[in-house]
Write a protein that binds this ligand. Structure first.
Ligand code: FES
Length: 320
């Protein structure tokens, strides 16, 4: 669904930057400058044949100095519910799509004394603008990039020339692994850690940081797991008495938007908490896939994060 504040853009370049990974350049249809962003920001792209029925978040991977076009780098997910498959297989040069303005839930802390960046695979995307920004700000940093093999990960060559000794590459085909404990141990006070990649890398870094006594506010992470598909279900909105069907490959949030309801949302990845809606009745099981609610909040069944979580059962009524 297209939102009122969406920006209409045209795809002006498509390039394969690694196996199953394409970079898309997007420029405003009216040639105007796009809103400024800082490293770590993402946009939401309206996708699908059906009037942009899917809205997926993608991290901006281009330069923050570039106001003429945004770049996103998209891995064709093996279990794509439609977003990455649509971008890889249906989107062509010159095509118009709608995007949101940038939102940044993964910014660098400019007061950090030093910055340790950890990327796994496609999780490199936010670090493309972030490293450029850190260089511009003359900040001290190091980037640790875990990948399957040489040539399998995007931007390795570019990063080697841009970062030199500040880049450390780990190839799983050579059994190279990031030793998180020794990496985080001994970093100067005031160092900030940023992680983007698979869950096990993020969880490993958070646990290692905590075990070494790092303050929680110095550990930043971005999870990019997409919402899982599931059985279709129906939801009723108590305030409007609307009954809305949620399809197998659709999120609850997308179904609400499609029905003309615009609940709040930011990350669309179960991390920020913006899309939380109180549950009035759930005759069945709430399937919580977010990273926001505590275990206690989940088991209370008092609310649901509409961007990723689902429902299995007879009746779901939301206080909305
Ligand atoms: S929009 Fe961020 S948790 Fe749902």
């Amino acid at each position: 669904m297209i939102h009122a504040h969406d920006i209409r853009v045209r795809v002006t370049a498509i390039e394969e930057v690694a196996p199953r990974t394409k970079r898309f350049r997007l420029q405003a249809v009216d040639s105007s400058h796009l809103p400024q962003f800082a490293g770590g920001a993402h946009i939401t792209v309206a996708l699908g044949d059906d009037d942009g029925a899917l809205r997926n978040p993608y991290t901006l991977s281009g330069s923050p100095q570039d106001r003429v076009g945004y770049e996103i780098t998209v891995l064709r997910a093996a279990d794509s519910r439609g977003g990455s498959a649509f971008l890889h297989e249906q989107v062509v040069l010159g095509q118009e799509v709608s995007i949101s303005a940038p939102i940044n839930l993964f910014p660098i802390n400019a007061l950090g004394r030093r910055h340790v960046l950890l990327a796994g695979g496609i999780g490199i995307t936010p670090f493309m603008p972030i490293t450029e920004q850190l260089i511009d700000l003359s900040q001290k940093f190091e980037l640790h990039y875990a990948m399957r093999s040489d040539g399998a990960a995007p931007y390795e060559t570019l990063l080697r020339s841009r970062l030199g000794h500040r880049l450390h590459v780990y190839r799983s085909d050579l059994r190279e692994r990031i030793n998180l404990e020794s990496l985080l141990e001994g970093q100067p006070l005031g160092t900030h850690l940023y992680v983007c990649g698979p869950e096990r890398l993020i969880d490993g870094a958070i646990n290692a940081g905590k075990a070494l006594g790092w303050p929680g506010e110095n550990i930043h992470f971005e999870r990019f797991a997409g919402p899982p598909p599931g059985d279709p279900f129906e939801v009723r909105l108590a305030k409007s008495s609307k009954a809305i069907a949620v399809g197998q490959h659709q999120t609850l949030l997308e179904a609400l938007e499609r029905a003309g309801v615009e609940p709040p949302s930011l990350c669309r990845g179960g991390a920020c908490g913006q899309c939380e809606i109180p549950v009035i009745k759930a005759d069945g099981e709430l399937l919580h896939y977010d990273h926001f609610l505590s275990e206690e909040a989940r088991s209370s069944g008092r609310s649901i994060m509409t961007c990723v979580s689902r429902f299995k059962g007879r009746e779901l009524v939301l206080d909305f």
